[in-house]
Design a binder for this molecule. Structure first.
Ligand code: PLP
Length: 368
């Protein structure tokens, strides 16, 4: 049902739709309690570091104060860890906010933005919100030998026009789980004009174990038109606090800082993120758990005739080889939440997060 508003939305907003979570999560939590298997949002089943919890508790009495508008302490910690200058980092209320801001800062109705088919859902939204033209490049084929549904970097480089201001890449990508190595990225960067910003979204960086992929950060010194985003929502287990960051050249970061809300990152998130950085063992445990559990889950799915695509993330994209919507529905009727892929045009797939062993067993039982 459409209700006409007395004040019409602007052209960019008319092209958008509100976020649809697909199901009523609070209601499902009430209905299933602790037996609900939440495998729809790629959260860390180990939760956050105990140090992050302690830091939140310590910061709590100060919530009546505004947070540090520059996030200086966290930025310094990140700069040391990433080996960049403090001025090369901007913090966001989740990396989602930064992905939106980037399009607002660099794209407009007279420009275009390049991203891949089956690329992260925020890319087309950020493009539309900026009023820019979306250049969506077909992904690699479904039966591609190495990387089914992955980014076709060659075609993406060819799609870049003189008016292209932003290229969005996700590595590894959500929802496909696909990735590309450093060498492929370096080839790509060499082909991009310096007036186009290359955004590499590394939300799943901490889970990667393919040695061909380290990080786009290593190319920052050579490419001032490169920007890398990361998040505390996934491996760090802090999705509810909303905090992410981007690293780029000082010039690019200075432009983004002009449009950033002064207090965009809250004080609890700043404290928790800094403490999380100080606990690399927790990230290492989360990574090791995910690797072992994802491989077990893929084997279990395969023994049920279900193919999980290759993944370097904490989720798998599962091919049901028929319309997956009824399967998704009967899963959540049994207290298992998976992410439907119809919005991506991948009707036969569900994206399923690697949960705790108990959650994964509930998934397998429900599938049986
Ligand atoms: C989850 C995710 C993010 C992180 O979003 P936040 O706003 O930081 O929670 C960014 N990019 C991709 C590809 C993701 O899957």
């Amino acid at each position: 049902m459409t209700i006409a508003a007395t004040v019409p939305a602007n052209a960019a907003t008319r092209a958008l739709r509100a976020y649809d979570p697909g199901h009523d999560l609070p209601a499902l939590r009430e209905r299933f309690g602790a037996t609900l298997a939440e495998l729809g949002s790629n959260e860390n089943p180990l939760g956050p570091s105990p140090r992050a919890i302690a830091a939140i508790e310590a910061a709590l009495p100060e919530v009546f104060r505004y947070p540090d508008p520059s996030g200086g302490a966290l930025k310094s910690a990140l700069a040391r860890r990433l080996r960049v200058d403090v001025g090369q980092i901007v913090l966001g209320n989740g990396s989602h906010e930064l992905l939106m801001l980037i399009a607002q800062c660099f794209a407009d109705a007279s420009t275009s933005v390049v991203f891949s088919e089956f690329g992260f859902a925020v890319f087309p939204i950020a493009t539309a919100a900026a009023g820019a033209q979306a250049l969506r490049v077909p992904a690699l084929a479904r039966d591609h030998a190495n990387m089914p549904l992955g980014h076709d970097l060659d075609a993406m480089a060819q799609a870049i026009r003189a008016d292209t201001r932003v290229v969005y890449l996700a590595n590894p990508n959500n929802p496909t789980g696909t990735w590309f190595g450093d060498a492929a990225l370096e080839n790509f960067l060499a082909r991009v004009p310096e007036s186009t910003l290359v955004v590499v979204d590394e939300a799943y960086h901490e889970f990667v174990d393919d040695t061909a992929l380290t990080s786009a950060l290593r190319f920052l010194p050579k490419y001032p038109n490169l920007l890398v985003t990361r998040t505390f929502s996934k491996a760090h287990g802090l999705a509810g606090l909303r905090i992410g960051y981007a690293a780029s050249s000082i010039e690019i970061i200075n432009i983004i800082e002009r449009l950033r809300e002064s207090f965009n990152v809250n004080s609890l998130a700043l404290a928790a993120a800094q403490a999380a950085l100080d606990d690399p063992d927790h990230v290492a445990r989360s990574k090791a758990f995910n690797l072992a559990e994802r491989s077990w889950l893929a084997t279990q799915l395969s023994s049920r005739g279900l193919r999980a695509l290759p993944s370097q993330t904490n989720f798998v994209l599962v091919d049901f080889a028929r319309d997956a919507a009824p399967i998704e529905h009967s899963l959540f009727e049994r207290g298992v939440i998976a992410r439907p892929m119809g919005g991506y045009g991948l009707d036969q797939f569900l994206r399923i997060s690697v949960g705790s062993r108990a959650e994964n067993e509930r998934l397998l039982a429900a599938l049986s």
